[in-house]
Structure formats: C-alpha cells, structure tokens
Ligand binder design. Structure first.
Ligand code: 8OZ
Length: 376
C-alpha cells in the first residue's frame, strides 16, 4: 500500500513524478539569486549556459524573478513581466530542455525588501504595513539602508494578484515547465503572513485566516492560469530572514499547508531552519508536522549534504531534496553525489553580480580528468 505520499521510497536518484513530469532524480537545484541579469532585467546567453550546465538536476528552480518592477528589491535580478525578459528566459529554458532538464520559474515580489532607487520614479517599496525592516538593500550604488515602506491600500491587492498571473503567463510563454510561488524569506507574501510585519485591520490582517489570504489568492489565481500540477510554493516557517517574525509560526504554517491541500499543487518546498544558516532555530517548531499535513510532494531544503539527503530519503522525510550553494560550485552535483565524489569549493566573493567568473567556470569532474585530452 502506498501512503499519503505518492513516492515513499529510499532513493535520491530514482525518478519521481512531479505533476505531468517524470523527473530523472530527486535532486533539485534550489532557487539562487546571482544578480547577473542584463539590460531591462533580462537574462541572456551567459545565464542560459549557467542553467544548462546544471540541467542534470531532476528539477531546476530558477533564481527569484520579479513579477513586476514594484516587486524588485536587488540590483541586477531578472524579471518575468516584459517581452524582452520572456525572450531572455526562452534562451535559458531552451538550453535546459536541450540537455534533458526541467525548469520552473520562481515568482517573486520583495515587498518592503527594496529601495526607492530600484523602484519606478523612486517610489517607496510597498508592504502590508508601514514597518521598516532592519538591514540594507543591495542597490546599483551599493548597500543602502531600508526605508519605511508604504502600506498597500486594499484596492491595490487585486493588482498584485494580477501581476502574479501575468508573470505566470510570461513564464509559460518563456518555456518554463512550471512556477514556484516564493512565499518564503521575508518577502511580500511572507510579510503578509506574519504578525511582526502585518498590522493591518482589514480582511488581509489580524487573524491567521486573514494573513494567509493573499498567498492563497495568489495560488488560486496562478493555478487557474497554468494548472496546479505545474505550480509549487516555497515557505520558510522558522526563518528570521529579512527581519521577519511571528508570535505563532506553527499556527500560521499548519493553517496555510492545510488550506493549500485543496489545490493539488506540484510540491511544497520548505526552507528548514534559518535561510542559508543553521537548520535548528531557537523557538522554531518541528517541521515534520508540515510533511505530515501536506497531501503532496514535500521538497526539503537548507544545509543538506549527501549524508543528510540520503538519510532523509531513507526515512522518507522528504520526496525531493533541493540543494542551493553546492549547485553553484558543482554544475554536475548529481553525478558527484552519485559517485560520492569530492565537491568544488564555493567562492563567496562571486555569488552576487559580476561576470562569468564564479558563474559558468566551475569545473565538472570530467573536465578535471586528464583523459579529456585524448578526445581531440
Ligand atoms: C540571497 C540574496 C538575495 C536574494 C531569497 C531571493 O532569500 C532571495 C535572495 C537570497 O529568497
């Protein structure tokens, strides 16, 4: 008998059905901001090369990609709302598909994690409430302190949902296999869900059912546009990323996950612990409850290495494992995991912005082998 989860099993390298796609393995390339988009926030050939080099992942989730100019919060990040951006992403998806890979677009609105210099006409970033985040924005002229955002009027909310739908349609036109709605890491949807950043008194604030409303409206609208089987969602329930917090994370996210069950999404992607940091967070709740409650594929992320990934699959604690930084330094990560081969070291100086160095020049195992010379 199969249990609730369609793919209980023990292997990291066996195929898995995600929506309409049979993925070659359960190793996912996590979304990774690299800030290397070109003019008009459009991707180009260099980005296509980078993603194609990593196409042996069972699934690639694109770097976070803004759904609108208002949704942008970092210099040089790509968008997915203009024709030029669609054309740029088409280079990427064609290159990945030519290598037999699959790729979903991560749809992103940063909310208050932005800066007027990144907004049209120097506008204030928008958020559920006018609560200034601690920290600094990454702008074209370096780091600048976050400002106090402007609270969205309730009349503006349908326009935000419409921007997600437009972006999902653009992602489809660009050849993406699906989308992941970014509801993690302290960006707009997460800001609405948490009581530190959401102090609204209307239908989008107060009780948890109100705070998760925008996320559910976005999921409803996006799934209606491109299909639930091609839509995933990413959350980070215990992460303090981008100065986010809630007085009862567990209640917020168990409510959300149970409400998501009615859609039949492609997957639930969970950043376990502090984003890019420790897996254990003081005051964090046990995320196993989300695995139990969600009736669909569970994708685990954050701090996984080979041993933890294998153990997690052996115990069936996740269906898919998303690796972030290891994929930056190891384009052939799947093969290295399979062979238990050593990993390249990550150069943290070339993570954000810049050129092909630290982007498309990390070697594969084979490239490092002397018998390559014999091939010519
Ligand atoms: C690191 C740097 C910039 C953005 C996230 C999109 O945390 C990001 C991000 C990560 O989800």
């Amino acid at each position: 008998m199969l249990d609730d989860h369609a793919t209980s099993g023990t292997d990291l390298f066996s195929p898995v059905q995600v929506g309409p796609y049979t993925l070659a393995n359960r190793v996912v390339m996590a979304p990774l901001t690299r800030s290397r988009a070109g003019a008009g926030d459009a991707q180009g050939e260099m980005n296509a090369t980078y993603y194609a080099q990593r196409a042996s992942a069972g699934l690639i989730i694109s770097e976070a990609t803004q759904i609108s100019r208002q949704g942008k919060g970092y210099a040089y990040t790509p968008g997915i709302y203009t024709d030029a951006q669609v054309a740029g992403w088409r280079l990427v998806t064609d290159a990945v598909h030519a290598k037999g890979g699959r790729i979903f677009a991560q749809l992103w609105h940063v909310g208050r994690i932005s800066h007027p210099s990144l907004q049209a006409d120097g506008a204030l970033p928008v958020a559920p409430s006018a609560v200034q985040p601690a920290g600094q924005a990454f702008t074209e002229s370096g780091f600048q302190p976050f400002v106090t955002p402007r609270a969205l009027a309730i009349e503006e909310i349908p326009g935000i949902v419409a921007d997600y739908v437009h972006a999902a349609r653009c992602a489809e036109r660009a050849g993406f296999d699906g989308v992941e709605v970014h509801a993690a890491n302290g960006y707009l949807l997460d800001q609405f869900m948490r009581d530190k950043t959401n102090q609204r008194t209307d239908a989008y604030g107060g009780p948890i059912a109100n705070r998760v409303r925008l996320t559910l409206e976005v999921i409803e609208a996006v799934t209606r546009e491109i299909g639930a089987e091609r839509t995933g969602i990413r959350i980070s329930p215990n992460s303090p990323a981008n100065d986010i917090a809630d007085s009862n994370n567990e209640a917020v996210f168990t409510h959300l996950v149970e409400a998501l069950n009615r859609f039949g999404l492609a997957f639930l992607h969970v950043v376990e612990g502090a984003t890019g940091g420790p897996r254990e967070v003081p005051g964090g709740f046990d995320l196993a409850i989300l695995r139990q409650r969600f009736k669909g594929l569970y994708m685990a992320n954050n701090g996984y290495d080979r041993a933890l990934a294998l153990a997690t699959r052996r115990d069936d604690r996740a269906d898919l494992i998303a690796f972030g930084r290891p994929f930056i330094a190891n384009p052939d990560l799947v093969e290295r995991l399979r062979r238990n081969a050593p990993l390249n070291r990550l150069d943290t100086k070339t993570l954000y912005g810049g050129d092909a160095h630290g982007y498309t020049d990390y070697p594969t195992l084979d490239a490092a082998q002397p018998n390559d010379l014999a091939a010519s």
